[in-house]
Design a protein around this ligand. Sequence first.
Ligand code: SF4
Ligand code: SF4
Length: 252
Amino acid sequence: MLLDSVPPPEQRLDTMDTFTFSCHSGLACFNRCCRNKHLTLTPYDGLRLKTTLGLHSDDFLSEYTLYSLDPHSGFPIISLKMGDDPQKVCPFVGSNGCRVYKDRPTACRLYPLGRASGKKQGQTTRDTFFFRLDTPACLGVEEKKVCRVDAWREEQGLNPYIEINDKMLGILFHPNRVWTMPLNEGQVQKVMVSCYNLDLFREFIFKTRFLESFEIDEDTRLNIEADDAGLLDFAFDYLDRTLFPDHIGLVP
Ligand code: SF4
Ligand code: SF4
């Protein structure tokens, strides 16, 4: 999640910290939070959604997402396009709740928590933490059920999401990236295609002369040919090796 400001220390949670929350159809707010949201999608969110919807990644992007650039880093931000109706309802909400529940995005799984990661200039390791979101209209946080952060992570199926999202953070916080310089158009294009438009990336790998200049072993080739998760994993490796050539400079 790209944040406008750093959550204050009192909102931060360690993995053993607890919070109260229960979301169910008996609450007056049921389904009302799935609207009018800026819901950022990670590359893995996009992969899961386009797969469950049975769409080519190009069609998924044009039908369900909005595109913008982070003004500081220049990295693309892909977010879920809310409905055109006055309430801007999420396209996936149904009367019984989320229609893509088993493949719902990271932010929906985390709610009522967020997860942030940051690195100050000169710092070598990232500071990653969970935090409580501001949830003014959510009645679920007033319920009695006590949840522990690490159990919540497990229960919501967050572990594979976090593991893959963290690889994207490895690109965002790449040691060769010049923090004062946003990505140029070519770099944006590389991130967009390799991370968010996986079907196009696969075509680019196998239908152009890509493999003549980018060496990959046979196992990796078979993996990226058959499996989107393997292809996304390769995308991070590709970006790690090509997005920030050494000559651009090192992080100050
Ligand atoms: S994807 Fe599902 S859980 Fe997330 S906002 Fe839409 S309907 Fe709600
Ligand atoms: S507002 Fe909170 S409790 Fe109500 S449906 Fe949304 S997440 Fe559940």
